[in-house]
Design a protein around this ligand. Structure first.
Ligand code: F6P
Length: 373
């Protein structure tokens, strides 16, 4: 019997999503003779049954295209804002899954998507996920698609900032995406030769950053590049943030949860201008001129790199092997050149952070890069 596959993209977009949709779709339709439909705008489109048949002509010409042809959203099945109110749309999603006679739903997404996918698995649906995000922080996979492209964009940006920083004898503080995980800032910082790299995983001391820059001045280098992940924090602030997170984790009652969330929100609000403030502090502490560049959404846009196209295609194709074998309730992870099925229970709620003893950290330190600690 012909298998029917539903597919959606959820969470922030990232380069390689279309390559993955194409990988799943072409292998499913062309190789296995299955049928594929796509749902628009993540879980919202499934809740609202906005479906589109992904026939060969729709899947053609999208390999190199950035973003996602299906659209995406950060909507969660159990907490969807509709008409200004939060609704649990899980039942509607289950109903639409069956109404479309699906044998499996493929969800392409990052950490949040893995959690939402597990919720749907627990409702009895056959689910498979693929790991995407430029942050590279999905647990139990070597790498996520989107990361390599963003790494290239951020590295090229640092290269370009180098020449202007050098010409003007300035500090340039460049903010790189990554709220909780510093893979992108660390990778681009090393590849671009940043003088200082600041990560969410390693709270920093602004005085040691300033000292590293002054050291460079003493050795005749009057410019410095500081690559800072958007979630990097100075030590005292990081301690407050960790305490607020722990409070939220152990909050029992609705009231406690609300209070913990509001404390966390106000800290995160305070942190919003962090990179600008860091630039000003460094100017004051070193006496050098400082400028700030926030790379922002440039890192998520545009054509995927060759490595991301390859990764998305091979994981998409491996996904259809699992479907053909009736293996469900898993994420298709990258393990070297192989794909591996990891139970959603193991992935959901986990985040792959940069460990302090990671070889990239050691390499950065060995070449004289300050990590601000
Ligand atoms: O895709 C991951 C990510 O890029 C994070 O690094 C960033 O903090 C976040 O998404 C912001 O995305 P949005 O504004 O779309 O929620």
């Amino acid at each position: 019997m012909t298998k029917h596959i539903g597919i959606l993209t959820a969470g922030g977009d990232s380069p390689g999503l279309n390559a993955a949709i194409r990988g799943v779709g072409k292998a499913a339709e062309g190789y296995f003779g299955m049928q594929v439909i796509g749902f628009r705008d993540g879980f919202r489109g499934l809740a609202e049954n906005r479906a589109q048949r992904l026939s060969a002509d729709v899947l053609s010409g999208i390999l190199t295209v950035g973003g996602t042809i299906l659209g995406t959203s950060r909507d969660k099945p159990h907490k969807m804002v509709i008409g200004g109110k939060i609704h649990d749309m899980t039942d509607a999603i289950v109903e639409n899954y069956h109404a479309n006679h699906l044998d499996v739903l493929v969800c392409l997404g990052g950490g949040g998507t893995q959690k939402n996918a597990l919720r749907l698995k627990q409702k009895g649906l056959n689910i498979i996920t693929l790991p995407k995000t430029i942050d590279n922080d999905v647990a139990h996979t070597d790498v996520t698609f989107g990361f390599d492209t963003a790494l290239g964009i951020a590295t090229e940006s640092i290269d370009r900032l180098h020449s202007t920083a050098h010409s003007h004898h300035r500090i340039i503080v460049v903010e790189i995406m990554g709220h909780r995980a510093g893979w992108l800032a660390l990778g681009a910082g090393i590849a671009g030769g940043a003088d200082v790299i600041l990560l969410p995983e390693l709270p920093y001391d602004v005085n040691s950053v300033a000292e590293a820059i002054r050291d460079r001045v003493r050795s005749g280098k009057k410019f410095s590049i500081v690559a800072v992940a958007e979630g990097a924090m100075p030590g005292d602030f990081a301690a407050q943030h960790t305490a607020a997170l722990a409070l939220k984790e152990k909050a029992d009652s609705k009231e406690e949860k609300k209070q913990a969330r509001s404390e966390l929100d106000s800290l995160e609000q305070l942190h919003r201008n962090h990179t600008m403030q860091l630039g000003m502090q460094l100017e004051e502490l070193t006496g050098l001129e400082a400028r700030v560049t926030i790379l922002g959404y440039l890192q998520r846009g545009g054509t995927p790199s060759a490595a991301d196209r390859l990764l998305a295609t091979r994981l998409g194709s491996a996904c259809t092997n699992y479907i053909n074998d009736d293996v469900y309730g898993v994420m298709v992870a990258a393990r070297g050149d192989q794909a591996e099925a990891v139970a959603l229970e193991e992935v959901a709620g986990q985040r792959r952070l940069v460990p302090p003893d990671h070889p990239w950290i050691e390499a950065a330190r060995h070449v004289g890069t300050s990590l601000g600690d």
